[in-house]
Design a protein around this ligand. Sequence first.
Ligand code: ZN
Length: 120
Amino acid sequence: MPGTEPLAIRLKKSESLEIDWSDGQTAVYPLRFLRRMCPCASCCGERDLLGRQLLPVVKTSYDGPITAGGAELVGHYALRMIWSDHHATGLYTYEYLHELAAKIPAGGPAPTDGRKSGSD
Ligand SMILES: [Zn+2]
């Protein structure tokens, strides 16, 4: 059934994005997962207008923990995340976010991804 909408959106800027959906589920998206699933062309290698598959560009030059500088609503259909690596072009539509809810990796929010506490 189309039209599932977020009833509440809670951003924990160093941890996760939580959405209460109108279908009753609450989804907790670890920020690192959301960042990796960024739907924009430069992150996922969307097809261009001619249908050519663009090479995915995985920007891993940013070495720090991924946090969110903020999020803003775009119209009534999408959320734009502003990331700590200054990436802010990905629009997460509610439809996409709802799909992602089924793909959230198990194990709880904000895995440290093996990054040892460094000397920075
Ligand atoms: Zn992106």
